[in-house]
Design a protein around this ligand. Structure first.
Ligand code: Z5A
Length: 215
């Protein structure tokens, strides 16, 4: 952890795990502490990232191959890191990022079955070797997560169909969950795994405790 650089914290987990809820609460916590920060998400955070997000998640007509999907997530990340994340960290701001490189390993690696060593190399290239100071993984059973995600989608759109990745079968989402847990086991010093089945307030306290340790 470089002393002058802002802290880089990523939030990860399967569909409906509650990370976006917790990013918003963590933001309020940093505001209360007077810590200068930025909240962002992948894919997104730049004009290119938002365009790619729309393509990957909503344009079924593109019939993206797994390989094209991987390269698009990587392109979005390359832009996001160079244009948004790095400049903010270098300015001393903390950056809270909803998904980052681990998502590509979990979804395109474990989920789609693409080669992990290739994804690690692409991640390093796209991210300029940037590693999170802390990654908080919210773990919940796939069934609960997908139900939550569908209810959230329905509350916005009136029908439960989510995006193209959310619509993958349960086995895909189970591989993603197992992949995340394996990553956390492999790097226990970077990951903190939180039980996403607890209530929102309890989880928030746990997240705050993690953030406190980075001050
Ligand atoms: N993806 C990828 O494949 N490869 C990559 O490299 C990257 C991403 C970067 C992005 O979708 C998709 O891209 C994602 C992975 C893939 N897959 N899909 N689909 P996104 O950004 O649109 O969405 P998301 O990241 O998957 O999830 P989300 O919509 O942001 O939801 P969430 O963070 O998982 O959960 P939430 O919104 O905080 O909570 C969901 C609902 O549950 C909501 O109604 C909450 O009020 C409720 N909730 C939250 N916490 C609780 C608790 N503790 N108890 C009960 N209810 C709760």
């Amino acid at each position: 952890m470089l002393p002058d650089r802002g802290r880089f914290i990523t939030f990860e987990g399967g569909e409906g795990c509650g990370k976006t809820t917790q990013v918003a609460l963590a933001k309020a916590f940093l505001v209360a502490l007077g810590i200068s920060h930025l909240v962002t998400a992948e894919p997104g955070g730049t004009v290119l990232g938002e365009t790619i997000r729309r393509m990957i998640l909503h344009e079924a007509d593109l019939n993206l191959s797994s390989e094209s999907e991987l390269l698009l997530f990587s392109a979005a990340r390359a832009q996001h890191v160079r244009q948004v994340i790095m400049p903010n960290l270098q300015a001393g701001r903390w950056v809270l990022c909803d998904r980052f490189c681990d998502a590509t390993i979990a979804y395109q690696g474990y989920g789609r079955g693409l080669k992990l060593d290739l994804i690690y190399r692409l991640n390093r290239f796209a991210s300029l070797d940037l590693e999170p100071d802390l990654t908080i993984l919210f773990d919940i059973p796939v069934e609960t997560g997908l139900n939550r995600a569908r209810m959230k989608t329905a509350s916005f759109t009136g029908h439960p169909e989510g995006d193209l990745i959310e619509g993958e079968d349960w086995d895909f989402h189970r591989r993603v969950r197992d992949g995340y847990l394996e990553l956390a086991q492999r790097e226990p010093e970077r990951f903190r795994v939180i039980d996403g089945m607890k209530d929102i307030e309890t989880i928030h306290f746990q997240v705050c405790a993690c953030l406190e340790l980075l001050r």
